[in-house]
Design a protein around this ligand. Structure first.
Ligand SMILES: Nc1nc2c(ncn2[C@@H]2O[C@H](COP(=O)(O)OP(=O)(O)OP(=O)(O)O)[C@@H](O)[C@H]2O)c(=O)[nH]1
Ligand SMILES: [Mg+2]
Length: 344
């Protein structure tokens, strides 16, 4: 349920100004890691999710930003009670619009890194460490968890097939080896989110991934776990609707990013940050307050070979010393286990 006709810029501006007025310095001087969570009608579960989020990841302090838009329950209030900074948008636009606003709030608050997770408890907060580590180490600009490399709880054959089909499709279209294009636990340098074009109001994950790949950012995948939703229902419709909309975003984004190439010239338009589509990038310039990172791995940044290769099949991300993932199916409680790297 989304309302795409609203003036998104005005909605974002009003919501951001309310958020900064409410949280003041805490919102303007964020710690290095902003954990951004989009939430819609998740009051029954979001408290447990926030409580289980780590206070530090990779040795860096975290702050939690929850963007609730048009929730009809007490999602934003519960998020505040559990210590998150909640941006309560009055109209419902979708997860993509909410994350985009969350990224903006994180960047404006000075966060160096953004980690995303969902509000429904499907991801294991203890795995944030593994997802963020290659970014902090300067070995990747964007890291997504992968259920193919890790594990998934669902036995739904349609879901499993869909994940595989979209991974193969995106790998073929972008010529980068991707095993999971819709994993909600991911980490990136904050500046990446401002450099790519993000327009999807709801089905955002493949747009973000394809745009990041097309810009030449260094992408890696690490093994991670996805559980079944514990409370409530998917906000994105059942398999057929979800699959069709997701497919539309994959093809639409790929085509849009292709158009950024200058026709016939063999070269490509530059993006806002001076980067060309498909160009394997050097790391983004460090932001103020960002801890120093190691020099990028020239192989990872070379532009040849699969950008997502570092973790594939190896259980670690590019030799970062990131812990191996357990490929065993983990129990439901693991994703919300407050004993694992608890916030407070
Ligand atoms: N702010 C906001 N968040 C949303 C909206 N729709 C979904 N979300 C959040 O985005 C996250 C993912 O949404 P889900 O409905 O769980 O979709 P999914 O995880 O892709 O699919 P499932 O596997 O079916 O759960 C959850 O945290 C939702 O609360 C929305 O319209 N607005
Ligand atoms: Mg979900």
């Amino acid at each position: 349920m989304t309302s795409p006709q609203v003036d998104s810029t005005a909605v974002d501006a009003a919501a951001a100004s309310g958020y900064f007025a409410e949280y003041g310095d805490a919102a303007r001087a964020l710690p290095p890691v902003a954990i951004v969570v989009a939430a819609f009608n998740e009051a029954d579960v979001i408290g447990q999710v926030i409580e289980a989020l780590p206070a530090t990841v990779c040795g860096l302090k975290t702050a939690v930003i929850v963007v609730s838009d048009g929730s009809m329950d007490k999602t934003a209030g519960v998020a505040r009670t559990y210590g998150a900074m909640a941006c309560d948008v009055p109209v419902n636009r979708g997860q993509g619009a909410a994350l985009r606003l969350g990224y903006q709030l994180a960047r404006e608050g000075g966060a160096s890194y953004i980690v995303t997770t969902d509000a429904d408890g499907q991801y294991n907060p203890a795995e944030m460490e593994r997802v963020l580590a290659p970014v902090v180490a300067g070995e990747a600009d964007f890291v997504t968890g992968s259920r193919k490399l890790g594990s998934q709880e669902t036995k739904d054959p349609v879901r499993r097939l869909g994940t595989w089909v979209f991974a193969v499709t995106i790998s073929t279209l972008t010529r980068q080896h991707i095993t999971d294009s819709s994993f909600g636990l991911r980490a990136m340098r904050a500046g990446v989110t401002g450099a790519v074009r993000l327009e999807q109001p709801q089905y955002q994950s493949s747009e973000l991934l394809i745009a990041v790949l097309a810009h030449g950012f260094r992408v890696a995948e690490v093994p991670a776990t996805i559980h079944k939703r514990k409370v409530g229902e998917s906000k994105k419709g059942h398999n057929a609707v979800y699959g069709l909309k997701f497919a539309g975003v994959v093809v639409g984004t790929w085509w849009r990013e292709r158009q950024r190439r200058v026709p016939g010239s063999g070269s490509a338009e530059e993006s806002a940050d001076g980067r060309r589509p498909g160009e394997r990038s050097a790391a983004l310039p460090a932001q103020a307050g960002e801890p120093p990172t190691r020099a990028p791995d020239p192989l990872a940044a070379s532009g040849s070979g699969p950008a997502a290769a570092p973790a594939a099949g190896t259980g670690s991300a590019g030799g970062t010393g990131v812990p191996e993932a357990s490929t065993a199916e983990t129990t439901e409680s693991a994703s919300l286990d407050p004993r694992s790297a608890k916030r407070k």
